[in-house]
Design a binder for this molecule. Structure first.
Ligand SMILES: [Zn+2]
Length: 426
């Protein structure tokens, strides 16, 4: 097995980042770590509203952001930097070769999962001393490996600048979990000049030594928080004076689960949480539903969303309660460009550790890189997303999730190989 000369860097950064996982929109310490490296290597670095459009932000909790800022201060992240973020995490590093050529963007997500990392002494991060130091949070989806790959590609581009033309954009995207972050990054316009866009996920449907160069099955999805507001009243003395928000939410939930199937493709709907009521003898004046719809295509997802909104509104009228809907996350489907698929195949063939090149496999989830890809496509660019295989100890989002570290190297070599092909100096 021949790992690249960048392998020690890949492992060191990954183990550093694994120790301080931060949930979406609070990745201030993480962003600072990334920005320092990019700046040290000569990148122009954009942060704050230059990479996040506040008007398009989804699913960001002001309270959690405050906690993230406080944690960053405790980690000695400079106040000047925190001010520059304007309260928004994520960063984009730009390297201009000074020679005319295309602009290539590569996207790496940076947030973690609210999962307590296992105490099992055989879990590699425990054995090797790099377990999460952030209680209740863990890089259980491999975004620590994504970031390390991104940083290493950034360094590789600097080391090989003389062989390249055009511009490189390294995009560190916040809040992928819950598909919250990409909407605002896309709306910032930071990708509007991009000719080639590349993203990837580690593990998923592929084992170490395998890459999937044209995955399918990225479900379109929209996430909503729905609030019903009624009126409290004594349940014995005067129930007629109340307006029952709990009843509206229950009725809406059952109707949501009964939205018709769609003839053109797969659909999903889920009400994952319902909180309502104040006490046994009070007509419930409040109810909150945390829900999502999914569809195989944008058209089908839109159908699901429209049906859901009708049901939510209809039940508000039925029960005489007020309602509000907040969009908390979004992703769409994704289709790789044939030219990019060919480049991925050619690149994979040159990497000895990659033994299996799988043309297509079901990704089986939602990915908000799709929104960045959509934006790039709308501006005439080409896009691709591939799956970088890894051997996992447990499934994604589980407390004993881990990947074999050589998988970082195949991921890195895929990205660096794609840069070499797309930005080769003429
Ligand atoms: Zn993930």
């Amino acid at each position: 097995m021949a790992l690249s000369s960048y392998y020690p860097q890949l492992v060191a950064q990954r183990r550093e980042l694994h120790q301080w996982p931060e949930p979406g929109w609070t990745e201030f310490t993480t962003t600072w770590y990334l920005v320092q490296k990019l700046k040290a290597w000569g990148y122009q670095v954009l942060v704050g509203t230059k990479v996040v459009n506040p008007e398009a932000v989804l699913g960001r909790s002001e309270k959690e952001v405050e906690a993230g800022l406080a944690a960053a201060r405790a980690h000695n992240v400079p106040e000047e930097f925190l001010k520059a973020t304007e309260g928004y995490t994520g960063a984009v590093g730009i390297l201009d070769t000074g020679r005319p050529g295309p602009t290539m963007a590569m996207r790496f997500d940076i947030d973690c999962i609210p999962v307590q990392e296992t105490a099992d002494p055989n879990h590699v991060p425990n054995k090797e001393g790099f377990r999460s130091k952030h209680d209740g949070y863990m890089h259980a989806c491999g975004h620590d490996t994504h970031m390390s790959i991104g940083l290493t590609v950034a360094k590789w581009c600097v080391d090989h600048k003389d062989e390249l033309c055009g511009r490189v954009k390294i995009v560190f995207q916040p809040a992928e979990e819950g598909v919250r972050g990409a909407n605002a990054v896309a709306a910032s316009g930071v990708l509007d000049d991009v000719d080639y866009f590349l993203g990837s996920h580690i593990g998923m449907v592929a084992k170490y030594g395998e890459v999937v160069i044209d995955p399918y099955g990225f479900l379109c999805t929209t996430k909503y928080d729905v609030t019903y507001t009624g009126k409290p009243a004594h349940a014995g003395v005067e129930p007629n004076a109340g307006r029952n928000a709990l009843a509206a939410a229950c009725s809406a939930t059952l109707q949501l689960l009964g939205i018709p199937r769609h003839g053109k493709g797969m659909t999903r709907v889920n009400v994952g949480m319902l909180n309502a009521g104040k006490g046994r003898n009070v007509i419930p004046p409040n109810a909150t539903m945390v829900m999502e719809v999914r569809g195989e295509t944008g058209e089908i997802n839109d159908f699901m969303a429209e049906q859901a909104m009708n049901i939510i509104k209809g039940n508000a009228i039925s029960y005489g309660v007020e309602y509000s809907v907040s969009k908390m996350g979004a992703a769409c489907d994704m289709k790789n460009d044939p030219e990019m698929i060919d480049l991925l195949r050619e690149t994979a063939k040159t990497i000895p550790e990659i033994k299996t090149i799988t043309e297509s496999a079901n990704f089986g989830g939602s990915e908000d890189a799709s929104l960045l890809a959509k934006r790039v496509k709308e501006h005439g660019g080409k896009v691709a997303f591939f799956v970088n295989g890894a051997d996992r100890k447990a499934g994604h989002h589980q407390f004993n999730f881990d990947v074999n570290e050589p998988a970082l190297d195949t991921g890195f070599q895929m990205f660096a190989g794609m840069v070499k092909r797309i930005l080769a100096r003429k």
